[in-house]
Every structure is written in structure tokens, then in C-alpha cells.
Design a protein around this ligand. Structure first.
Ligand SMILES: *[C@@H]1O[C@H](CO)[C@@H](O)[C@H](O)[C@H]1NC(C)=O
Ligand SMILES: *[C@@H]1O[C@H](CO)[C@@H](O)[C@H](O)[C@H]1NC(C)=O
Length: 499
């Protein structure tokens, strides 16, 4: 591997093969490469080529990168679908919005203000925010470019140097994005992409003592393990971890909209998102009606699963055959009743004759009659598998929703305004959607409570978490006033304090 620059570029599009499982081969970064990249990022930070650029200049570059991403949008959408197996209709919608993150932080750089602290005495105390230094980011396979851009945009806006390790299962779009950033004029060494495995490359990156902050999106187990490594270096830590989002459907919800909304919450990304609506909690008065409508909706999704690159295909594969096996095993261990799905899909798609056996397609799955002690209620599946449960009172619904070690996303479906707010307040989750799901915006904080993580992505909060405050205190007293204030080491001690 050439080590002239830590930025690695791949001329890829020619190498792509239209088969799943064998798209291309990418080198895994060794510890030596990681250490080199971090050292390089550190030297770049110290040099000031990016960290000391004016906020305006950084803003201009982020906007330019946003425009460039728009220009190359169809390539990125295609690539994202190809490397994840997710339906291209999803990637068109998702990747299409990513320029907004770059534009948001470009705009923030032009509008945010530092402040004056209202200190006592003749002092001018101004507080600015400065970048942290080298940032390590670990991103997952499910939304490869979305999560990377969500983390890269605020980190770069703040003036840091970023070293990012994308998932070993889907690193291509992040590598291509770094090339785009370089072409837009981002200096070498400011954004480095290190493909590799979590337990080797990821661990080497997060434990490097030159790293000032680690920001990961991963499972809770990984998040906890890395947390202790990060804290021993006294580095900052943001972790977006697992979830098991409850969806509460009240009897006053619009049934059709709630059913379709629940299917959207549950099955988009084939359930491979940390806010997937996974525990469907339905009022007993509408339970039967809701369930039969949800079943119909699920069947209609299932019938139209085809080639992920077909815009009409409704749902993609899961990321790998190993992942599919894990989902399948969890379903088999459950004591619940499988109402639909529950297994891998095989044969030709009724939609487009695509051979589903070629990929890891798991059917959208609904399971009922489940205890809250069941693994499928407690643990994240990261697949298109939902469990449904009845409730009879608002209190019981909240109790069921909160009955989880996770607290990331949650959904409430109701037409009663007061109830919506009341229940939203009681649910232990960082994100609560009312009559909708999966809404994400650069201005909207994103992150979890309980075992779902710490810190928030998006918004001013993310920008601030990529900076530290610097308080500069200037004595503006005249010499006469300073003299009148007295000498601390005078013969007679004074109880007077400065200020
Ligand atoms: C809900 O889904 C059904 C079946 O796919 C569809 O016919 C209907 O128009 C959808 N309703 C809404 C409100 O989107
Ligand atoms: C949520 O429900 C759990 C379980 O019943 C309970 O322990 C917790 O206090 C509830 N939290 C709120 C904010 O209501």
C-alpha cells in the first residue's frame, strides 16, 4: 500500500460485478497503517491547513462538496444499493438528502456566535469554541454513507482532522466520498478512510492515544467495550448503539395510516436500523383489525421483493448470509407464533423473476403471543422481524414501551393530541415520533438513552461535541484601577478577592 497520503482512493466503478457477495476486494488497514494515518491527521491538524482556516472558508468548501455530491448522486445511489443489497428506492431517498448535512453545517459556520460570559469585575470574558484534534469515527453497514456524512460534516466544520473506519461489509461509498472531498479541495490528511475490521483496524484506531474523540455507531456490546478504551485515553466519546423501538398504536389512530406507518417503521432497510419499529404495542380494541391489515400490507411488500436495483422492489436483502443466519436462529429460538415470514426467501421473485436465492433475503416477519422475557422482545434482531403485543390502558402501553434496556427510537400513533404529548413525555427514548417514523434531519438531535448510547448526532449539539470551549479572560482595568485593587502580597493580608 502506498503510504504517501493516508487518503486511499479506489477507481472502482470499472471493477464492479453485478453479483452479490463478490463486488470487489478491499485491503484491511493494519495497525501500522492506522498509526500512520492518525499521526498524519495529527500533523495536518497542527499545521493549520484546515484547523486554522476561517469558518467562512470551511463553509465554502462544505457547500462545494454538497454540490459535488449532488452531481454524482446517481453513482452514489447505485453504489450504495449494490454494496448493501438495500432496495434502490430506499437509497435514492436516503442518499439524495445527504447534501443537506453538508449545507447545514456550512450554514452553521456562518451563523453561529460565540459568547461573552457575564463575569464580575472589569473583565472581558469571551468564550470561543475550538476543534478537538484527531477524530476517530466508526460507521456501520446499514446506512454506510448517511451515517458517515452525519459524523464527518460536523467534525470537519469544526476544523478537526477525521480518520474514519467504515464497515468492512460496505466501505465503498465512504471511500468514494473521501475522493470527492479531496477533489473539492479538502487538504490531504484532513479526511482519511481506513477500511478494515472492527476488532483489528477499529480497535487500533480507537485506542490510539493521539485521538481526541471517538464517535461510533455500533452494537451496544462493541460500544461498551470501546468506551473503556476511549475513556482510559481521556478522549471524548459519542456512541449511537442498539435499539428495540416500541410502536404504540392507540385505538383512536387512523387505522390505515398507522398500519402503513408501522410497516414503514418495521421493514425499511429490511429492519436493519437501530430505530426499527420492532415491538408493536396495539390497543386490544383494534388489535385484530390492525393485525389483519398489517398482515395484508406485509404480504403486499413480500410479493414485490425483487432485484434491489429494480426501483419497484419494495425491500432489499440483509447484509450477509451470516447475518441472515443470526436472524433466522433468533426467530427459531422464539416461543411466539409466526404469523408471517420467519425464514429466508428462495426462488424467483413474482415482481421481476430475480433469483432471490442469490442473495440473503429474509421475509418480512410478524410474530405474536410473545412474553416480554422472550429474546425477540429484549434483544435487537437487526432484521425485518417484529413482535406484536396487546395493551388495554395507556399506563400499560407506557410500561411495555419502557420495558427494554434500550431507549433510542419510539413511535406513537394516535389522533388524541394531549395523549400524544403525554405519552411522548413518559417514554424513555431519545427520539419519539408521533404519527410518523424514521424522520431524520440535520437539525434534529439523534441519539439514545439507557443502553442505546451517549451523546447526540445532528444539530448544534453535534457541532459543539466536536469542539471544546476556550474561555479568554482579559483584565480591562486601567493601571490606576489595578493599583487601587491592591497588592496580593502586601504586608497586611486582605480578604478581598480579585474581581
Ligand atoms: C396503505 O397501503 C395500501 C396497500 O399498499 C395502499 O393501498 C394505501 O393507499 C395506503 N394508504 C395510505 C394512507 O398511504
Ligand atoms: C417507564 O416504564 C418503566 C417500566 O414500567 C418504569 O420503570 C419507568 O419509571 C417508566 N418511566 C417513565 C418516565 O414513565
Amino acid at each position: 500500500m502506498e503510504m504517501k497520503s493516508a487518503r486511499m482512493t479506489f477507481t472502482l466503478f470499472c471493477a464492479l460485478k453485478l453479483t452479490f457477495g463478490n463486488l470487489c476486494r478491499i485491503a484491511s488497514s493494519s495497525k501500522e497503517v492506522v498509526d500512520y494515518a492518525v499521526q498524519n491527521a495529527h500533523e495536518t491538524f497542527i499545521s493549520g491547513v484546515w484547523s486554522r482556516k476561517s469558518a467562512h472558508d470551511r463553509s465554502i468548501l462544505l457547500s462545494r462538496l454538497a454540490r459535488s455530491l449532488e452531481t454524482h448522486m446517481s453513482d452514489f445511489v447505485y453504489l450504495e444499493s449494490l454494496q448493501t443489497g438495500r432496495a434502490i428506492r430506499e437509497m435514492t431517498a436516503q442518499v439524495g438528502r445527504l447534501p443537506e448535512w453538508l449545507d447545514y453545517y456550512a450554514a452553521l459556520l456562518r451563523t453561529r456566535q460565540d459568547f461573552l460570559a457575564p463575569t464580575r469585575g472589569k473583565l472581558l470574558n469571551y468564550v470561543t469554541r475550538i476543534p478537538l484534534g484527531v477524530i476517530a469515527q466508526i460507521t456501520p453497514f446499514n446506512h454506510p454513507l448517511l451515517i458517515a456524512v452525519k459524523k464527518i460534516a460536523p467534525a470537519l466544520a469544526a476544523g478537526n482532522s477525521v480518520v474514519i473506519k467504515p464497515s468492512e461489509l460496505a466501505p465503498i461509498s465512504v471511500l468514494e466520498f473521501a475522493q470527492l472531498a479531496s477533489d473539492a479541495g479538502l487538504p490531504d490528511g484532513v479526511l482519511s478512510v481506513l477500511p478494515g475490521y472492527g476488532h483489528t483496524t477499529g480497535t487500533a484506531l480507537c485506542s490510539n492515544s493521539m485521538v481526541s474523540k471517538v464517535d461510533i455507531t455500533a452494537g451496544t456490546k462493541t460500544g461498551r467495550e470501546l468506551g473503556s478504551v476511549v475513556s482510559s485515553n481521556l478522549a471524548y466519546y459519542t456512541a449511537e448503539l442498539g435499539g428495540k423501538a416500541p410502536i404504540i398504536v392507540f385505538d383512536d389512530a387512523n387505522l390505515e395510516i398507522a398500519v402503513n406507518g408501522t410497516a414503514f417503521a418495521a421493514f425499511i432497510a429490511s429492519g436493519q436500523t437501530c430505530v426499527t419499529g420492532a415491538r408493536i404495542i396495539v390497543h386490544d380494541k383494534i388489535y385484530d383489525k390492525f393485525l389483519s391489515a398489517l398482515l395484508e400490507k406485509t404480504k403486499s411488500i413480500n410479493r414485490r421483493i425483487g432485484n434491489p436495483l429494480n426501483p419497484k422492489s419494495t425491500m432489499g436483502s440483509v447484509i450477509s448470509s451470516r447475518h441472515l443466519q443470526r436472524i433466522s436462529d433468533m426467530v427459531k429460538r422464539s416461543s411466539g407464533t409466526i404469523l408471517f415470514g420467519g425464514e429466508q426467501m428462495h426462488g424467483l421473485s413474482p415482481l421481476d423473476n430475480f433469483d432471490l436465492s442469490k442473495g440473503s433475503f429474509f421475509a418480512p416477519t410478524i410474530i405474536s403471543d410473545i412474553e416480554t422475557t422472550d429474546e425477540l422482545w429484549q434483544e435487537e434482531v437487526f432484521g425485518p422481524v417484529i413482535v406484536v403485543k396487546k395493551f388495554s390502558s395507556e399506563e400499560e402501553a407506557i410500561k411495555l414501551a419502557n420495558d427494554s434496556k434500550y431507549g433510542l427510537g419510539a413511535g406513537i400513533w394516535t389522533s388524541d393530541l394531549s395523549r400524544a404529548h403525554r405519552v411522548a413525555e413518559e417514554i424513555e427514548a431519545g427520539l419519539v415520533w408521533v404519527n410518523t417514523h424514521h424522520r431524520n434531519d440535520p437539525s434534529s438531535p439523534w441519539g439514545g438513552m439507557k443502553q442505546s448510547g451517549m451523546g447526540r448526532e445532528n444539530g448544534l449539539e453535534a457541532y459543539e461535541s466536536y469542539t471544546q470551549s476556550k474561555s479568554i479572560i482579559v483584565n480591562i482595568a486601567s493601571n490606576e484601577e489595578s493599583r487601587a485593587a491592591g497588592d496580593w502580597f502586601a504586608e497586611e493580608p486582605s480578604s478581598k478577592r480579585y474581581g
